[in-house]
Design a protein around this ligand. Sequence first.
Ligand code: CP3
Length: 344
Amino acid sequence: MAEQKTILRALAGETLPTPPIWMMRQAGRYLPEYRATRAQAGDFLSLCYNSELAAEVTLQPIRRYGFDASILFADILLLPQALGADLWFVTGEGPRLSTIQSQADFDVLKPADAVHDTLSPIYETVRILRRELPAETTLIGFAGAPWTVATYMIAGRGTPDQGPAHALKDENPDLFGQVIDRLVEGTITYLSEQIKAGAEVVKLFDSWAGSLKGADFERYAVEPTKRIIAALKDMHPNTPIIAFPRGAGERYEGFAQATGADCVAFDDGVTAAWAAQHVQKDGCVQGNLKSSHMVTGGDALVAETRAIVDALRGGPHIFNLGHGITPDADPENVQLMIDTVRGH
Ligand code: CP3
């Protein structure tokens, strides 16, 4: 029964004796089996669009570690690609996209409902996973939140300070608003289709939410997330939604209520003790071990993992890292983290 899956119980507000656990970027380059499948697929995007191989890399960390949840293998930048942006990855550097600087750049984008032409292999990956995952493992689908995806679409690449997106937002709020609106619509239709294919939970990654200050945080992190959640809840009232406004700091407080999210994921910029008091009072939280512990391991990993579990044991909690695991992590440290959470 779906209700018995630990992640779904935590998302429904239940306080469990042991927090369920999964890890951002759990399928990735720190695993030798991932590197082997990636080499077989060719480049990263070919892996994302090869449903069989994408399902295979999604399953690898489940087989190795028995995480309580599995996250669909894909990328937040597939949506802009499906909207008509050019997208490619430069090895060792990261993503590159065609940029949006003018109304003409925006006008060549496709309408939201055209995204399925490109994204149908992703839905097929979800269907394969629902067949092949163990009965106790929850399948999480995801998309980027509009602000974060817009920062890549506008700059054409990752940037340290999201400067080009801030500039467009301030200098041409009308055009910027059109980009956000198209991403809101595209994200609703994309996530709705992932849910129809079998995703049991969806997560919105707003990796650059922390760079939005003052009213901009409200306008471009809270509002678009709220619109997406309202539309998804209308169509799929029983699918829980996790929001991750990374770097939000004290603005994690109230985020669940402001957006309708069932769970707020938080990074290591706030302490678990603070989150217990200010975020967990409103429902389930997910977080927040510093990812560098997966590189360094040892007693510090064990002590910090225990401290997080203890701080959050008074309410619903899903154990996770504060951000994605990095390629230089040691797979044995992941096992040590899991053993510590489950044995504590
Ligand atoms: O978490 C998972 O295991 C699921 C798959 C997943 C990937 N990316 C796979 C990936 C998820 C959920 C993402 C989200 C994502 N992608 C975010 C938001 C989360 C975050 O990390 O802040 C962002 C900003 C992106 C965009 C992106 N994708 C960048 C900037 C890069 C290059 C940096 C890097 O780590 O190489 C990617 C590539 C990427 N996405 C990889 C993986 C496994 C590495 C690709 C490879 O195999 O070479």
